[in-house]
Design a protein around this ligand. Structure first.
Ligand SMILES: [Fe+2]
Ligand SMILES: [Fe+2]
Length: 192
């Protein structure tokens, strides 16, 4: 990973340590798979990587409650945008990119608030959102969200399997589609 992303991660990590129990694992996994998608899809990483690293920092500064609560969702995006701005300015990230990344952090979970318009015609936010969803199919993400939603293994599997159809998630790249399918297969094998 480029040194600048390493620096951003070092500044962001203390916030994640104060966030949800799964957050450090969530971001460490996402950095790796985001780099893979950039490489395979020839996608620019200068917006996606900082967004991935910073998107959930805001959970450090919101009440510890069910993160699926809509007020909390909104609050972690607002708090996260402010923290992201501070961190990016500290590492002297290019100003025009800071503005974009901060905006992306402030709207990254808008689908949960019923607004999917931000992902349309925006390959960066689309890939980001797909990766954030795919986390639930990874070994650590599956276990963490299963506990958060109070589901058993079978119920959790069904939830992760059916969401793309129900929510009309169309994967925007071959790589994100493949990643989802291969993680889901892994969880399927663990069912019995
Ligand atoms: Fe989020
Ligand atoms: Fe996330």
């Amino acid at each position: 990973m480029k040194e600048i992303y390493q620096k951003i991660w070092e500044l962001a990590k203390p916030y994640y340590e104060k966030g949800r129990p799964m957050d450090v694992d969530h971001i460490e996994w996402m950095i790796e798979d985001a780099l893979l998608v950039c490489q395979k899809e020839n996608l620019e990483d200068s917006l996606l990587l900082p967004l991935v690293i910073l998107h959930d920092v805001g959970y450090a500064e919101v009440p510890k409650d069910n993160p699926y609560n809509l007020d909390l969702r909104k609050a972690h995006m607002d708090a996260g945008a402010k923290i992201a701005k501070k961190i990016l300015e500290k590492v002297d990230y290019p100003a025009n990119k800071v503005e974009k990344i901060v905006y992306y952090v402030s709207v990254h979970d808008n689908w949960a608030l019923g607004d999917k318009s931000v992902y349309e015609n925006n390959p960066i936010l689309a890939v980001f959102s797909e990766l954030d969803f795919i986390w639930m199919a990874t070994p650590k993400g599956f276990a963490a969200i299963m506990e958060m939603l109070n589901k058993n293994k079978q119920e959790m599997f069904e939830y992760v399997r059916s969401r793309p159809e129900e929510e009309k998630i169309l994967f925007s790249t071959k790589t994100t589609k493949r990643l989802y399918e291969s993680y889901l297969n892994g969880r399927k094998k663990e069912l019995n």
